[in-house]
Structure formats: C-alpha cells, structure tokens
Design a protein around this ligand. Sequence first.
Ligand code: GLA
Length: 400
Amino acid sequence: MDATELRKKFAESYGYEEGVRTFFAPGRVNFIGEHTDYNGGYVLPAALTVGTWAAVSTRDDGVYRFCSTNFGTRLECSVHELVYKKEDDWANYPKGVLSELIQFAGPDKSKRYLGADILYHGNIPNGVGLSSSASIELVTGLALSELAGFDIPMIELVKLAQRAENNFVGVNCGIMDQFAVGMGKEGQALALKCDTLAYRYIPVKSYGYKIVITNTNKRRELADSKYNERRSECEQGVELIKKVMPHVQALGDLDLEDWERVRHVIKDHVISRRVEHVITENERVLAAVKVLEANNLTEFGALMIASHESLRDLYEVTGIELDTIFEEASKIDGCIGTCMTGAGFGGCTVSLVKEEAVADFKETVAENYTRKTGLVPAFYICEIGGGAKEMQEVEKQSQL
Ligand code: GLA
C-alpha cells in the first residue's frame, strides 16, 4: 500500500479525501541490550521497514475519530474526554499520545488541537516484541502535532510517546522502543545510553547475512507483571549497592569492576543474578558496538548468543519457546548470532543468517520447534529502515 492507496482507504472509511496527509512510523528490533533501558544502560536497536501508516485529516469541532484497517474498533472522542478505557483497546495509544500532546502544548497553544480523522494501517505482528505500540504512538504524535501546526523535535515526540505509554496506558516501559521508532535511520543501528539519551548511529553492513526474526507465536502471558517484577528487583539491587556506593543512581552506572567490588552486599541470589545480567549486558552492548564498527559480524553474533544465555539463566525472561528457537537456530550452519529480542516471555528472536542458509534455517528450525513445542513459528527477513516521518506520494509499503 502506498500513499495513494492509503488515501483511498481513508476515503472508504470517512467519505472524503481532501486535505489528507500520510505518515509512517516503523517497528523495531533490538540486537543486544535487553532489560537495560530502564536501568539507565545501553541498548542497540534498529528501526525496521515494517510499521504503521496513518492517513490524517484535520477537523474543527474538537472531535478525534480513529479507525484501522487491522482492527474492528472505531472510536470517536472529544478532546475533553481523553481517559483510558479498556474496551477502547489499541485506540488507547493514540488517545494517550493526544493527551500528552495537549499537556506538552500548554493551556494556550493546546487550542490548536482542533480534532482530526485518522485511519491506521499496520503490518507489524502485534504483541510479539517488535514495538507495534511504539509505532502507533509515534505515527500519531508526528501526524497530530504536524496537523496542529507544531514542529516538535522528534526527540520530544519520543519522550512524549513513552509518557503516554507509562501514564495513560499504564505500561511501565523504558525509552528504547520509542527512541528506535522515532530516531531510526536506514541501514544503521542506534547505540543509545538510556539515562542521558546520548546516542550514535552505527552502520550495519550485511556481508551476505540476513536479519531473520523468528516469532515463537507463543502468547505473552503475564508479561507485564513479570516485567514490573524485574524492574523492582533491579531497584532493590540499586538500594543495596547504594549502601556502599552512594553515588549510584541506577545499575547502568556500574561497570564490571564495580560489580566485583560490591556484589557481596547483595545476599539474595535472585537479586544478585538480575543485577549481574544488567551489568554484563551493558558491557556486551559496548563490546558489540566496537566489533560492529570493526565489521566483525562473527564476534557480534557471539555476543548476541551470550546475551540470550544471560537473559535465560540470570534474568529468567526467556521460557521454553524462546529457548527452543534459540537452541535450534544456534545449531544451523550459517547462523552466527541469535538471541531473544524485546521483553521476552514469548515474542521473537533475532538471528544473523548467511543468505544461502536462510532456507535451511527456516525449514529446520520450524520442524524441530514444532516437534518440541507443538507451535508453528513465523519468520520475517528484515531490513533496517528509517524512523517516523511524513510520507512522500510514491513510497511503497514493504511487506513482511
Ligand atoms: C520492552 C520495553 C522496553 C525494554 C524491553 C526490554 O520492549 O518496552 O522499554 O525494556 O522490553 O529490553
């Protein structure tokens, strides 16, 4: 679907197409640096070429209408009734973003949010750890702020989208997803320090390797409560460490040497394992950036494998499905790196697979995974795309 087709869909839903503008925000994959963002640590994600499209037109009666080609829900709400409602389902994301945009504008300027009709279309599988929600948030933030005549810097939209998810939707996520979706660049990964938001683009050259995302197709149960449990375990770790290192604000402030000096203060084995994951994962991201810059994909892949093992053994967020895909993928000749991506507890892995081995990878991993778990996986061969933007007329939608 290109911009013209998106406009046609908009016309089918709303009965007009004059004044329609079209926007896009991608999904993301994270190569390494899992559960480090809310600890003020490092991450290395990239934007994908799949994502969410929005066709948008302004109104002047203070009413916002949301609909999607992917879901049945159609929602209409006034700018004065922006409250979370469970039954509004995915539409809570745009509502949350709009609510944050209005606060960001302040009492006078917020009057420029006059209403809009929006049609969404997406091709990111939902709820599998590829940031479909951050993608809806950023496409909405960009479209509605542009329509209201504001030119909000992308980094502010990124922070605002995270606030919408934390405060309105009630998911306590870190900044990684929104950052990658907003700030991504074609062919580049983003090395980001999540407390200062210092970042750098790192070119990812393929050298005949493909980025293969494997979806476990396992429903992510209890993911939110387990995610919050991990966050609180890390906070407990910080409190204990502060007793001997009062300057420490977050686990991202510690390197391996610090950890060796303070690990004795954490007697609880669970907390100790969680902290050890975060600190070693941070070191792995830094090492991954170095080897990627040196074009050493083999070493990069080895770090991905070490990351998965740490997420499995120390942080305990993988589970049988992700671990089975990981094990089967590691056995394939031509797969030089593989690990879970996103929050875990189901969802996807990301692997680097030699182009000529991709067919064997898909067939063998699928066969062995299904035999062991009874589930059928899905595979997506991905490209690294750019961040959220207004679309040009001729741009084509990429397919998973
Ligand atoms: C989810 C969250 C991110 C991050 C990852 C784990 O994707 O939205 O903020 O915490 O989990 O790395």
